[in-house]
Design a protein around this ligand. Structure first.
Ligand code: PBG
Ligand code: ZN
Length: 349
């Protein structure tokens, strides 16, 4: 063994160590060093907080499958919005829970209906928040599908749905919504909304397209919260799932085509939904289009962490923040998440 002048004066063989110029652990050696080289960071600016407004309630009621999430009454919506603003979260997404359901979900596009009232109240209470209105019908139809049914083809009637959604978007825009977010995955819905908004002088209202939304098993708790489970189609040949309009979880290239269509039709921002099981899609969408790209951290993803934490199986803060950070790393410009207020609290410490 040759004696090197660099060799330490101990009897271990350090020659191996000295031939290892790359030691990534050097940059993990202290908290300050880790902060220095960190590539991504979460901020409250990244969050959009989803809120359920139930017109049948007079007090907030907790959603049992989503601990910490409450269905709001129209009145309590105002208090919650003030909390969101105080937490420096810039945006909310409003979902109506209707007590006036019918075949088409007409209450959602009536003046004085729930959509109209809840958006007005939100904008009046917090004019500086970005108010997003989820545009769909499943919370307003008596059968729970995202548009009126066509009993000839046993499916949701695409073109009737987009005619209705255009009206719903105008109601929401005129009530003060800054952003319309159509979530029904109907073909042509973004174009129909853009055209209707422009024709009614609402050119300034933006569209966040649920561009790649999958038929996912992770929406279960949301359907409890919004009262939009599919249960009233028994005895007919209407499918009791949303697979004829939401995407097949097996497909990735199709997501890029869906996003391209929505951009062509005038989407200002695009979304991938769900998040956790679709990080590959999120990454590809951001890379391919460079659009403001959002991800929906859906109810089931939130519920999994809450449930595990309650059992003592996961550290809630660490797991939640890790999940949210993963969306940023994959390319999200913003995250629609039920954890927005919890996360804002963690970030402000
Ligand atoms: C309805 C809608 C759903 C969600 C948002 N809008 C449910 C569905 O498509 O069945 C899911 C959100 C979540 O799970 O958090 N169009
Ligand atoms: Zn829907």
């Amino acid at each position: 063994m040759s004696i090197s002048p660099l060799k330490p004066a101990c009897d271990h063989d350090h020659s191996e160590a000295h031939s290892m110029p790359n030691r990534p652990r050097r940059l993990r050696s202290s908290d300050a060093m880790r902060r220095l080289v960190r590539e991504n960071a979460l901020s409250t600016d990244d969050f959009i907080y989803p809120i359920f407004v139930d017109e049948a309630l007079s007090e907030p009621v907790e959603v049992s499958s989503m601990p910490g999430v409450f269905r709001q009454s129209e009145k309590s919506l105002s208090d919650l919005l003030k909390k969101v603003e105080a937490a420096k979260v810039p945006a909310v997404m409003l979902f109506g829970v209707s007590a006036h359901k019918d075949h088409e979900g007409t209450d959602s596009f009536k003046k004085g209906g729930l959509m109209d009232r809840m958006v007005k109240r939100a904008k009046d209470t917090c004019p500086d928040l970005v108010i997003m209105a989820d545009a769909c019908f499943c919370e307003y139809t008596d059968h729970g599908h995202c548009g009126p049914l066509d009993y000839v083809h046993n499916d949701v009637d695409n073109d009737r749905t987009i005619a209705n959604i255009a009206r719903q978007a105008v109601i929401a825009a005129e009530a003060g919504a800054d952003v319309i977010a159509p979530s029904g995955m109907m073909d042509g819905q973004v174009g129909a909304i853009r055209e209707a908004l422009d024709q009614t002088g609402n050119e300034r209202t933006a569209i966040l397209a649920y561009a790649a939304k999958y038929a996912s098993g992770f929406y279960g708790p949301f359907r409890d919260a919004a009262g939009c489970s599919l249960g009233h189609t028994e005895g007919s040949k209407i499918p009791s799932n949303r697979k004829t309009y939401q995407m097949d979880p097996a497909n990735a290239e199709e997501a890029l085509r869906e996003v391209a269509l929505d951009i062509e039709q005038g989407a200002d921002m695009v979304m991938v939904k769900p998040g956790l099981a679709y990080l590959d899609i999120l990454y590809q969408v951001k890379q391919a289009f460079g659009m403001p790209t959002f991800v929906y951290n859906v109810s089931g993803e939130y519920a999994m962490i809450k449930a595990a934490a309650r059992n003592g199986w996961l550290n809630e803060e660490i797991a939640m923040m890790e999940m949210l950070l993963a969306f940023k790393r994959a390319g999200a410009d913003g995250i629609i998440t039920y954890a927005a207020l919890d996360a804002a609290g963690y970030l402000s410490r």
